[in-house]
Design a protein around this ligand. Structure first.
Ligand SMILES: Cc1cc2nc3c(=O)[nH]c(=O)nc-3n(C[C@H](O)[C@H](O)[C@H](O)COP(=O)(O)OP(=O)(O)OC[C@H]3O[C@@H](n4cnc5c(N)ncnc54)[C@H](O)[C@@H]3O)c2cc1C
Length: 421
């Protein structure tokens, strides 16, 4: 892809996308493929947001199980949310295949593993429910979980074979290239600073230029700033930090996740991990606001490495980085249409690799003229969280409390489990 430059001067487009993460670039790709003139404004470099920083786990479904979605939102909307999120990994792997995206994509499944019997019962029910809906999923006992992971820290769980892994930044760059090939114009280092209505059109001002368009798609997720203040206050941006070890020697690597799955566990402050294509062990968990972009030392991560895989004690950490995850009040992503020709999609609650890609396509379909009722996804009003300014302090206190409870439970389980190493 040719080097990209910031937007200079006045431009026009039919659709302007603000934010070049998975949401924005999937929207740009699908809208450009639908024949529209698309222009993308990105505040930083491509990959500055969660899409360039995440754990690369492609996960089907949302935080809430299908029956919970139905009981909360009714049969029709519940089924829509389940169908869209359940098939989102298909879209990711299909985009990768169709556009020849080189991003170490592996579709070996996603493991969700239980800390304790109570969580295991919940995961067994989750697996049964998805299986009844046709998903390729299975319950794992303690021994099977240990075989698949190489650690005995878990009571069991389930494998969801719809999921997989990608190198997140490579997937994003591949989407950017595909969008450009489809005709979209991308402008990094071009933060949208003001949005105003000019007759029938929208005018978006950026640092050194401006653009008018009939449709604007805001795709800024946890990185939404004060230029879109109401939207910013619909999510709480929670920090998540990851570490990657040096590439592991083949003998050590063979004993860790030999099937190539990725893992998330059910701790209150969850841990997620996988091996990358070079054999680095990559592990993430929540951080604190002071940890962004990345602390020099990551004791919680190093402790997790030792607890899960004692054979990694002493292995050098080569990389540390972090980003923000957008959490919503109801745990669901939202598609908004706050004004005619103004669309937004955000709030993936840590499951955005697949779901943001799917949201981008939904936003493009709406921008291409499909009616909201035919999207098979609810369009919801923008509802800022009351006392949003306090939510950071609340999140900080909640994280500390949950970390303490997790440590207590891990201690109890560790006393009876022991590692494999
Ligand atoms: C550390 C971490 C680990 C994660 N792990 C996983 C995982 O393993 N699996 C999973 O499914 N999800 C994971 N997530 C969540 C996932 O990364 C996000 O949900 C997803 O990337 C959101 O994509 P997006 O395009 O909506 O937003 P982003 O990728 O955050 O993109 C938003 C973009 O908007 C830009 N922007 C903001 N304001 C403006 C403006 N005014 N003008 C122009 N541009 C602007 C930002 O610079 C940014 O590039 C993780 C997130 C983090 C931070």
């Amino acid at each position: 892809m040719a080097a990209l430059a910031p937007l200079e001067g006045a431009a026009r487009a039919q659709i302007v996308v603000i934010g070049a993460g998975y949401t924005g670039l999937s929207a740009a790709l699908h809208a450009a493929a639908g024949g529209r003139e698309v222009l993308v404004l990105e505040a930083g470099q491509i990959g500055a947001g969660g899409s360039g920083l995440n754990g690369g786990q492609v996960i089907a479904g949302l935080k809430h199980d299908p029956h919970v979605l139905e009981s909360l939102y009714g049969e029709r909307i519940g089924a829509q949310l389940t169908a869209c999120s359940g098939s989102a990994p298909d879209l990711v792997f299909d985009l990768i295949r169709r556009h020849g995206i080189d991003c170490d994509a592996v579709r070996a499944g996603w493991l969700q593993l239980a800390v304790g019997e109570r969580h295991l019962r919940l995961l067994e029910r989750r697996a049964a429910e998805w299986r009844s809906l046709g998903a390729d999923a299975a319950v794992l006992g303690e021994r099977e979980a240990a075989q698949l992971t190489g650690t005995r820290r878990y009571s069991g769980g389930w494998i969801d074979r719809r999921g997989g892994t990608v190198q997140p930044l490579a997937y994003l760059r591949g989407l950017a290239q595909a969008a450009v090939r489809a005709g979209a114009r991308l402008f990094p280092q071009s933060p949208a600073s003001r949005l105003s209505r000019r007759g029938e059109a929208w005018c978006i001002e950026s640092a050194r230029g401006s653009v008018t368009a009939s449709t604007v798609i805001v795709a800024t997720d946890a990185y939404t700033g004060r230029a879109f203040d109401e939207l910013r206050r619909t999510v709480v941006a929670v920090p998540s930090i990851q570490v990657a070890t040096a590439p592991l020697p083949p003998s050590v690597r063979a004993g860790i996740l030999p099937g190539g799955q990725s893992v998330s566990d059910t701790q209150r402050i969850l841990r997620y991990f996988r091996l990358d294509a070079a054999g680095r062990f990559v592990l993430g968990t929540r951080g604190s606001y002071a940890d962004i972009p990345a602390p020099a030392a990551t004791p919680a991560h190093e402790r997790a490495l030792r607890e899960l895989y004692p054979q990694l004690s002493g292995t050098a950490i080569e990389y540390r980085w972090g980003g923000f995850v957008a959490m919503t009040r109801d745990g669901l992503p939202h598609l908004h249409e706050p004004a005619p020709g103004l669309l937004a999609g955000l709030g993936y609650n840590g499951r955005g690799v697949a779901m943001a890609s799917a949201m981008g396509r939904l936003l493009a379909r709406r921008a291409l003229g499909e009616g909201p009722e035919s999207l098979d996804f609810p369009v919801t009003p923008v509802r800022p969280i009351r006392l949003h300014a306090l939510s950071r302090a609340g999140a900080r206190a909640a994280i500390r409390y949950l970390q303490a409870r997790d440590a207590l439970e891990r201690g109890l389980r560790g006393a009876s489990a022991g590692g494999l190493g």
